[in-house]
Design a protein around this ligand. Structure first.
Ligand code: FAD
Length: 381
């Protein structure tokens, strides 16, 4: 088994790291967090540097990358500005990947060029007030009227919903819990679509919204994958799960790397200045534990990604990976806060930002408890 990076992947890592060093100095990251505004300028720069081609098949003019390429990108970005990886998901995951995995030829040709150029943003609307972890409980209705559908209902916590051009909207089109869900590509400029941003603890700038659909009209050819995919929305979502879990694990690892680096730098400075408290071996042991946990998380991530890239069965591993990386990230952020004391708590510090950002990775894309349910099921429980 060899899951070392290819030359092309190493180049991608270096290119992303160089982008981060040049375009996301601390002040820029802090400003995005403080204003809570969607980082349009950074998204434009990422588009101009060709990052939106990473996972588009070469046939459509992309770089043809797989899940490992995506993880490399998301991990590097998360080290500096986690929310930018979340907004990058509006192109790379909700746009490119959804079209690649579930779209039909017509939809790929229609949208992929605009996504790659940075002219289009997508969002993914699944969660509802009464359907979070229990996603199959969605109630948003889509009623057929001739060659079109009328969408009515509410979605909650939809990232990018007020800036996206297309909302991939999951609706109830039949009584069967799993075989009665249809996904539509909804133009957000349609009459009756409105999105209101929600204030939240972290990932500020990701434009997480409550969305109302009131008689929103959609053509039947806007069913994701075409009309033959009516009532196939659940199966389409299942095909995205492994990749999503891995990418979110990479985001958690990026945050953990940043916290660890900040913590080590703080401790070294305190040591130099001769502060007695920081000489305690207990602190060094705590940091050693954080480093070991992070290394285990990284190895599990790239091993699971290797399984997926090789087309091997990996549901258990991707769920293990998601829960392990997210929970490890929370522990590392907590450890960083503990060790840096009041400095980490200060709003001028980056530790407090990472501390506020990390919890979402144990919620979005299936909570830690849901991942444990999946793991238990694969163990025959
Ligand atoms: C910042 C942010 C961005 C988001 N972006 C999007 C987005 O773009 N698109 C989208 O569709 N959604 C999005 N979400 C919603 C997210 O996917 C849901 O929050 C998540 O699925 C959990 O649902 P819930 O919050 O309703 O919690 P609930 O499902 O109500 O769960 C509450 C608690 O109960 C536990 N629990 C629930 N069921 C079980 C069970 N069967 N066994 C054990 N424990 C269980 C959960 O693990 C959790 O701890 C976002 C959320 C946030 C906070």
């Amino acid at each position: 088994m060899d899951y070392s990076f290819t030359k092309k992947q190493e180049e991608l890592r270096e290119k992303t790291a160089a982008f981060v060093a040049r375009e996301i100095p601390r002040e820029v990251a802090r400003k995005v967090d403080e204003t809570g505004e969607f980082p349009h300028e950074l998204m434009r720069k990422l588009a101009d540097e060709g990052f939106w081609k990473i996972n588009v098949p070469t046939k459509y003019g992309g770089d043809g990358g797989n899940v490992i390429d995506l993880m490399i990108f998301f991990q590097e970005i998360s080290r500096a500005l986690p929310v930018l990886s979340w907004t990058a998901g509006d192109v790379l995951l909700y746009g490119n990947n959804i079209l690649k995995v579930n779209g039909n030829e017509e939809q790929r040709e229609k949208y992929l060029p605009g996504l790659m150029k940075g002219d289009l943003l997508f969002c993914f609307a699944l969660t509802e007030p009464d359907a979070g972890s229990d996603a199959a409980n969605i109630a948003m209705s889509a009623k057929q009227r001739g060659g079109e559908y009328l969408l009515n209902g509410n979605k909650m916590f939809i990232s990018g919903a007020s800036v996206a051009n297309i909302a991939v909207t999951n609706t109830r089109t039949g009584p069967d819990r799993y075989n009665g869900i249809t996904s539509f590509l909804v133009d957000t400029s349609s009459e009756g679509y409105s999105a209101t941003p929600i204030k939240k603890l972290g990932y500020k700038g990701s434009d997480t919204c409550e969305v109302v659909y009131k008689d929103v009209r959609v053509e039947e050819q806007d069913i994701l994958g075409g009309t033959e995919c009516l009532n196939k929305g659940w199966q389409q979502m299942m095909r995205l799960l492994n990749g999503e879990r891995l990418v979110l694990s990479a985001c958690a690892n990026g945050i953990s790397e940043a916290v660890l680096a900040e913590t080590i730098s703080y401790v070294k400075k305190r040591k130099k200045s001769g502060s007695p408290g920081i000489k305690f071996q207990a602190i060094e042991h705590k940091i050693a534990e954080m480093a070991a946990q992070l290394e285990a998380a990284r190895q599990l991530s790239f091993y699971s990604a290797w399984l997926m890239a090789e087309g091997k069965e990996c549901v258990r591993e991707t769920s293990m990976c998601k829960v392990f990386c997210a929970e490890t990230g929370k522990q590392i952020a907590h450890g960083g806060m503990e060790i840096t004391g009041a400095y980490g708590y200060d709003m001028e510090s980056d530790i407090q930002r990472f501390f506020r950002d990390i919890p979402i990775l144990a919620i979005g894309g299936g909570t830690s408890q849901i991942q444990k349910n999946v793991i238990a099921k694969t163990l025959g429980l």
